[in-house]
Ligand binder design. Structure first.
Ligand SMILES: [Zn+2]
Length: 156
């Protein structure tokens, strides 16, 4: 597809995948360089991020489990702006704060836009489910890959 209009910031690429129940989450590889982002060794997951990985949000942990330096800096700015807008406990108890600060589900791509990301970011949300203590549980991990960090060598 050819598009002669130069791309502007555009929307974050946000893709949500849902796996059939009971399947283990996939081993996520970078779509730019092919590197696997986590490897299992002796029952432990080791982070093996490539330079394109901006962040990993762990659904089970319910927080970011990996942040690149660039992502961490963006997040710190976002957090400071949030504190300035909602300066006290009362303000932070409001629905507006929840709406402005939450990364829950559909708010995730909006937060990425708040962090200054545009169409050069691919966020891949993978939802997977299994049994835990007799009950079904579902988690969503989100991986962010930054195509703005692509180098000449990656295109070879
Ligand atoms: Zn990569």
């Amino acid at each position: 597809m050819q598009d002669n209009v130069s791309p502007v910031a555009g929307q974050v690429g946000y893709v949500a995948i849902e796996q059939p129940f009971g399947l283990q989450p996939p081993k996520v590889h970078c779509p730019i360089c092919g590197q696997q982002q986590f490897v299992e060794q002796d029952d432990e997951y080791l982070e093996t991020p490539c330079e394109h990985l901006a962040f990993v949000f762990g659904g089970e942990e319910d927080e970011f489990v990996y942040a690149s330096d660039d992502f961490a800096a963006r997040f710190a700015r976002f957090d400071a702006e949030l504190d300035a807008r909602f300066p006290n406990d009362e303000a932070q108890a409001s629905a507006e704060y929840e709406e402005a600060s939450s990364f829950y589900r559909d708010l995730f791509p909006r937060r990425l836009a708040d962090l200054g990301y545009g169409a050069s970011l691919l966020a891949l949300r993978v939802t997977y489910g299994g049994m835990a203590e007799g009950s079904p549980v579902w988690f969503s991990d989100v991986y962010g890959f930054d195509y703005a960090l692509i180098r000449e060598a990656d295109a070879e």
